[in-house]
Design a protein around this ligand. Structure first.
Ligand SMILES: [Fe+2]
Ligand SMILES: [Fe+2]
Length: 190
């Protein structure tokens, strides 16, 4: 399975560019480390980490075109929050192009940007690996790295809270899944 996935390295690199591809490798490594800590299937973490941004096409028109091609409806919330499209589309490409059939792996890719209520450990790991990989640099990242190796739910709450604050400050649309997830993890940790 793993060998199969890495056969697509060049194809993915061509689609998302070298820089974004290097990020996916760091997310993959971070995800494996977290999987080890929380006794989650390391191979699933590796695949989900490697593929999480496989649809991160920078050209928005091309991204929309690909979405249409693969039957992803981007009306509604995805139109208001276009940064989420690549995660949903990525989950579809993982299934249709890279033959991933494990539902948990596909969900980890789909929800890596927004989060959602009641995530599996694998979903949380990919979400957190994405924002804590070694090259990430934002206010609070060290605290988030610390939390992510100690308590997945606490780390989710901290991360969602920060992201929502940042998005609110930027006056952009915040998808319902993120708000619900934030409230869900608040309940979990307090
Ligand atoms: Fe992403
Ligand atoms: Fe990413």
């Amino acid at each position: 399975m793993i060998d199969d996935i890495f056969r697509y390295e060049d194809e993915i690199k061509n689609r998302i560019g070298e820089k974004r591809f290097q990020h996916t490798l760091r997310v993959k490594d971070t995800a494996i480390k977290l999987a080890r800590i929380y006794s989650v299937d390391e191979e699933k973490a590796e695949i989900a980490g490697f593929l999480h941004d496989c649809a991160k096409i920078r050209d928005i028109e091309l991204l929309k075109q690909k979405s249409a091609e693969y039957g992803l409806n981007i009306e509604g919330e995805l139109e208001k929050a276009p940064q989420v499209i690549h995660a949903y589309l990525g989950s579809i490409l993982a299934q249709k192009l890279y033959n991933v059939c494990d539902k948990d792996t596909l969900n980890a890719i789909k929800y890596h940007t927004t989060g959602r209520e009641n995530m599996s450990d694998l979903e949380k790991i990919i979400f957190l690996a994405d924002s804590t990989e070694p090259m990430r640099n934002f206010e609070g990242v060290d605290k988030l790295r610390e939390l992510s190796v100690k308590d997945l739910d606490m780390a989710m709450y901290y991360s969602l809270n920060n992201t929502i604050k940042m998005l609110a400050d930027k006056n952009v649309y915040i998808v319902i899944d993120s708000i619900k997830a934030r409230n869900f993890y608040r309940e979990m940790v307090y």
